[in-house]
Design a protein. Structure first.
Length: 281
């Protein structure tokens, strides 16, 4: 499946940014949304800003996991239906583990979940099997939640030794069914993010808490996307890296966004993201 020929240099879009709660309170958001409104209880607000998002079509080699925090690759999946979770586990997971190992040089990759997103305008139900594109700039993990993930998803006998060496959390994101012209994925160059631009946000589940990073607005951000990403293209999104000495990107702020140049009648975005614990010898 080829990408569209009419590739723009950039697009201007409205992105939603995190505004911290007043008084220095710890930011939180409940994971379960109100079934009637689709809203989640939270103690922070958001603000919308117009930003330029550069199209990297033809310039894919200007970004990489360790410099910008994300990297594009061509890869045709053997599994193409993405309609049955059991088939995704048995078919898409094994090939994705091998792909991530090959692309990163990692010695061990453990997938801990996946999310399929299908945009459905007007649908307020955002339960796990009806997820839509996320419309807020965020980072999936903090350092604290990343370490907690290792302990949560791996045997207690393995975790301490694995945590002694480099590890990452990486999302493998790909469009499914058709190119993601509608509601593409915007990624922020890590080098343009300042030390005070992100704020931990507690994710409150029924039985535990997770943590993500809210991203405040900064005019210095450099936003990128790949126009018309096809199901034969993937992007690796770094959510965490245990190397934090300034030599590599630690994470990548990202968000889905409404591209105002999207032609009417364009198929609505459908995508899958896998979340992986990535370890190195």
């Amino acid at each position: 499946m080829s990408a569209p020929n009419d590739t723009p240099v950039s697009t201007t879009a409205k992105l939603l940014y995190f505004v911290p709660p007043e008084g220095g309170a710890r930011a939180y958001q409940h994971i379960n949304a109100d079934a009637s409104t689709g809203e989640r209880k939270k103690n922070f607000t958001r603000e919308e800003k117009d930003v330029v998002v550069e199209n990297l079509r033809g310039k894919e080699d200007t970004v990489s996991l360790d410099t910008t925090g994300f990297q594009y690759f061509r890869h045709t999946s053997k599994h193409t239906s993405f309609t049955n979770d059991e088939e995704i586990y048995s078919q898409y997971y094994p090939e994705s583990i091998e792909l991530i190992k090959k692309l990163t040089g990692a010695s061990r990759v453990e997938l801990f979940d996946h999310i399929i997103r299908r945009r459905r305008p007007g649908q307020v139900d955002d339960s796990p099997d009806r997820r839509q594109p996320v419309a807020q700039v965020h980072v999936d993990q903090t350092t604290q939640s990343s370490i907690a993930r290792v302990h949560r998803h791996l045997p207690a006998s393995d975790a301490p030794k694995l945590l002694e060496k480099r590890f990452q959390i990486i999302n493998l994101w790909r469009p499914i069914s058709h190119p993601a012209v509608d509601w593409p994925l915007a990624l922020c160059d890590y080098r343009s993010v300042g030390p005070n631009d992100t704020v931990p946000v507690a994710l409150v589940y029924d039985d535990h808490e997770g943590e993500t990073l809210g991203v405040k607005y900064n005019e210095n951000y450099k936003w990128k996307y790949l126009h018309g990403m096809t199901p034969d293209e993937v992007v690796l999104i770094k959510c965490f890296d245990s190397i934090q000495d300034g030599s590599v990107a630690i994470f990548t702020p990202h968000t889905g966004f409404s591209d105002p140049s999207t032609p009417e009648g364009t198929p609505l975005r459908e995508s899958i993201e896998l979340r992986a614990l990535v370890f190195y010898d």
